[in-house]
Design a protein around this ligand. Structure first.
Ligand SMILES: Nc1ncnc2c1ncn2[C@@H]1O[C@H](COP(=O)(O)OP(=O)(O)OP(=O)(O)O)[C@@H](O)[C@H]1O
Ligand SMILES: [Mg+2]
Length: 286
C-alpha cells in the first residue's frame, strides 16, 4: 500500500456555528504537488484551507498531517511544517515591512537563542523573492494593496515550511506581479519539493500552473485531477454557470477558458432600456 499523503482530510464536516459549509468532504493534497483550488465565491474554499491549516476545527472528521492528527501537534510544530497565507490579514498597528516578514521566523525561534544569521538570510531571501526589499522600512499600513499582499507572502515564505497554503495569493496584484508570484510558487514546487495549495480565481492561471486541480461547488469537490484532463466547457458551466469555450493556450497548450460573448445581448438590452426611457417606439398618451 502506498504511503498516505502528508496532508489529507477525511469525512470533514466544516461549519460556522450551525451553518454547515461542507459535509463529508474527503480531500488529499498530493505530496510535492502544486494543487490549485477553484470554485465560485462562497463555495467553501477558504473554509477548507482554514481546516487544513488547523485554523478551523472540523465539526466531524479529521485532518491528518505527517501521519498524525493535526490537532495533536503543538501549534508551533504545525507552523514549522505548514504555512497559511489567509485571504485577508490585518497587520499589527505601526509595524514595518521588515518586522512583519521577520515574524515568519517565530515558529523557528528557540527559547533564549533568539536570532541567527540564518534567520536574517532567510528574511532577506523571502523579501527579494517577493520583490519587497525596497519597502523594508515602510509601514505596512501605508502600502498599496498589491505591495501589502507581497509582504504577507514574504512573511509566509520566511516561515520556510515544506507545505504552503495560499488563499488567493495573486489578489490585488497587477498581471506582471501575478505571474511573478505564480512562477515563484512553481519554483518552490519544482526545485525545492515544496507542496503548495493555492486558491485562485483565474482559471487560466490555474490551468497553467496546477499539477493537480480541485474544482469545488457548494462545499463539495466536483472534479479533481490534471487540468488538461478535467477542464471542459461542461465543467466550467456546471461549476460557474458560465458558457464558454475551452481552447489550447497558445503559449503553454494548457486549457484556456474563453467566456462566451454576451455583449450583443447586453447591448440590445441596454439599447432597449434607453429607448424605453426616451419613450421611443412607445405610444405616448395625449
Ligand atoms: N467566520 C464565518 N462565520 C460565518 N460564516 C462564514 C464565516 N466565514 C465564511 N462564512 C460563510 O461560509 C461560506 C463559505 O465561505 P468561504 O470563505 O469558505 O468561501 P470561498 O469559497 O473562500 O469564497 P471567496 O471566493 O469569496 O473567497 C460563505 O457562505 C460564507 O458566508
Ligand atoms: Mg475565500
Amino acid at each position: 500500500m502506498s504511503e498516505p499523503a502528508r496532508l489529507w482530510g477525511e469525512n470533514l464536516t466544516l461549519a460556522y456555528d450551525q451553518r454547515v459549509i461542507s459535509r463529508d468532504l474527503g480531500i488529499t493534497i498530493p505530496d510535492n504537488s502544486f494543487t490549485v483550488i477553484v470554485g465560485p465565491n462562497a463555495c467553501g474554499k477558504s473554509t477548507l484551507l482554514r481546516a487544513l491549516a488547523r485554523m478551523l476545527k472540523p465539526s466531524a472528521g479529521a485532518v491528518h498531517l505527517d501521519g498524525e492528527l493535526i490537532g495533536s501537534y503543538p501549534s508551533k510544530e504545525v507552523a514549522r511544517r505548514l504555512g497559511l497565507l489567509p485571504q485577508s490579514s490585518v497587520a499589527p498597528d505601526g509595524i514595518t515591512v521588515a518586522d512583519l516578514v521577520a515574524r515568519g521566523r517565530y515558529p523557528h525561534q528557540k527559547f533564549l537563542k533568539q536570532w541567527s544569521r540564518a534567520d536574517e538570510r532567510i528574511i532577506t531571501e523571502a523579501m527579494d523573492a517577493t520583490r519587497v526589499t525596497e519597502l523594508a522600512t515602510r509601514m505596512v499600513d501605508e502600502l498599496s494593496g498589491g505591495q501589502r499582499q507581497r509582504v504577507w507572502l514574504a512573511m509566509v515564505l520566511a516561515q520556510q515550511t515544506p507545505l504552503l497554503l495560499l488563499d488567493e495569493p495573486t489578489t490585488y496584484l497587477d498581471i506582471a506581479h501575478q505571474m511573478d508570484v505564480l512562477d515563484l510558487c512553481a519554483e518552490l514546487h519544482h526545485e525545492r519539493d515544496h507542496t503548495l495549495v493555492a486558491v485562485l480565481h483565474d482559471l487560466n492561471h490555474a490551468c497553467r500552473y496546477a499539477t493537480h486541480l480541485i474544482a469545488m461547488k457548494d462545499g463539495a469537490v466536483v472534479a479533481e485531477g490534471d487540468p488538461a484532463e478535467i477542464i471542459t466547457a461542461e465543467l466550467v458551466e456546471q461549476v460557474f454557470g458560465l458558457p464558454c469555450r475551452v481552447i489550447p493556450d497558445p503559449e503553454t497548450h494548457t486549457p484556456l477558458i474563453v467566456p462566451a460573448d454576451r455583449r450583443g445581448a447586453v447591448t440590445r438590452r441596454a439599447n432597449g432600456d434607453r429607448k424605453a426611457e426616451a419613450g421611443i417606439g412607445m405610444r405616448r398618451s395625449a
